[in-house]
Design a protein around this ligand. Structure first.
Ligand SMILES: NC(=O)c1ccc[n+]([C@@H]2O[C@H](COP(=O)([O-])OP(=O)(O)OC[C@H]3O[C@@H](n4cnc5c(N)ncnc54)[C@H](O)[C@@H]3O)[C@@H](O)[C@H]2O)c1
Ligand SMILES: [Zn+2]
Length: 368
């Protein structure tokens, strides 16, 4: 896989280009762009040097809360942002969510572009056009559909990511490719994904993941059908993020959530023996989670009944039942409706309990 590629994504507001190449960030900053940026605070110095006006954000979940948005809007106004301003977002999913949300509402809408700096941002969130903002304890409960005008992915940013950040991005990439089907999963595994890949290796994982995600978002931009399958691991994952007071980061919580979904379905009688790629996916996710050595500590105080309470208040459920993405016996993901009764509650709680116990006791999984 070459370290450089380009493709476009079509959306209801037009199509946008996505470029993947090492060095894009340096090249772009050297051009002295006329724009206003929202960046992760770790890159604030680069904008100062380049003379680009920037709002620096600390990438913490509290920063993408509805309460924190007025301060960003006020700063945009003070920096002189008008409806013609191009807004540039440089950072991970948190900077992206805040920027996309502000771009959608500031003066009823600004054009924006995005340079993801985390593997999760590169392999997942940078395309699809969603912004998700937390309100109080409710994660991602409000948001907009507002795709960027352009996405520039520079795999050089992966050099400074730690093992947890790499694992988080890889988990989302594995999830997307798995959800797309066996060919896509095999293409993902053909990259030999590991935490110690080269920049070109990460570029390959990103390209494979985005090719799979492109299909979902072009087929179902507004999350009404196929795209809902990408919530694999997320209903449990959001509960885990919240219950741990966000000590467990998003991608890692999704990995734990994928294990919960597998455990749930097995408890309900599904056997995967004829589909070895299910076991391969599970092993890969477990190996990625094993890179997060402080995961048991981050889960301290998290209980299965507490997780169930959060799980049951997720926005994706319907009045008549829980909705959860599971892996069916044929190995494909599917959206499952579970009635809101004692039996479902027992299965869900037991699945969460099992996964929590396994993580707490298994400290030495094989490296990814
Ligand atoms: N809108 C979407 O479609 C979408 C999709 C998936 C996830 N998300 C959201 O994204 C958020 C998670 O984002 P994330 O995992 O990309 O990271 P993040 O934005 O939460 O940042 C995580 C940490 O990485 C640091 N960081 C960023 N770039 C770095 C770099 N190059 N080197 C070293 N450290 C760096 C940040 O400073 C921060 O400390 C969650 O809030 C999740 O809900 C949104
Ligand atoms: Zn996610």
């Amino acid at each position: 896989m070459s370290a450089s590629s380009k493709f476009s994504v079509s959306s209801s507001t037009g199509s946008y280009d996505v470029e993947i190449a090492s060095g894009l960030y340096r090249q772009f900053m050297a051009q002295g762009q006329k724009l206003i940026a929202i960046c992760d605070e770790r890159f604030a110095g680069d904008f100062e040097k380049a003379g680009v006006k920037a709002i620096a954000l600390k990438s913490e979940e509290t920063v993408k809360s509805l309460d924190a948005i007025p301060a960003v809007i006020t700063q945009l106004r003070k920096l002189g942002t008008t409806r013609d301003t191009l807004l540039l977002a440089v950072g991970g999913g948190i900077v992206q969510d805040v920027s996309a949300f502000c771009a959608a509402i500031y003066m009823r809408g600004l054009e924006w572009m995005y340079m993801p700096t985390t593997l999760l941002g590169m392999a997942d969130s940078c395309i699809g056009g969603k912004s998700s903002i937390n309100v109080g304890e409710y994660k991602n409960i409000v948001g907009t559909f507002n795709p960027p005008r352009r996405v520039l992915i520079d795999p050089a940013f992966t050099k400074t990511l730690n093992a947890e950040q790499i694992a988080a991005g890889m988990i989302e990439a594995a999830k997307i490719c798995y959800c797309r089907g066996l060919d896509s999963w095999n293409a993902y595994m053909a990259n030999n994904p590991s935490a110690t890949m080269s920049e070109a290796g990460f570029a390959g994982v990103v390209a494979t993941s985005l090719a799979a995600k492109k299909w979902f978002i072009e087929t179902d931009e507004f999350d009404k059908g196929e795209r809902l399958l990408l919530n694999f691991g997320h209903t449990f994952g959001h509960a885990i993020e919240g219950a741990s007071q966000f000590r467990v980061s998003h991608g890692i919580a999704v990995g734990v959530g994928m294990l919960c979904a597998l455990e749930l379905e097995q408890r309900m009688g599904t056997k995967y023996d004829a589909k070895p790629h299910v076991a391969m996916m599970r092993k890969h996710i477990e190996a990625l989670l094993a890179l997060v050595t402080d995961l048991p500590a981050s889960l301290e105080g998290v209980t299965a009944p507490g997780l169930f309470d959060r799980f049951s208040s997720d926005k994706k459920h319907k009045a008549d039942g829980y909705r959860v993405v599971v892996v069916a016996a044929d190995g494909n993901v599917q959206l499952k409706a579970l009635p809101k009764n004692d039996e479902s509650r027992t299965h869900l709680t037991a699945a969460m309990e099992q996964v929590l116990t396994t993580i707490r006791t298994k400290t030495n999984c094989a490296a990814a």
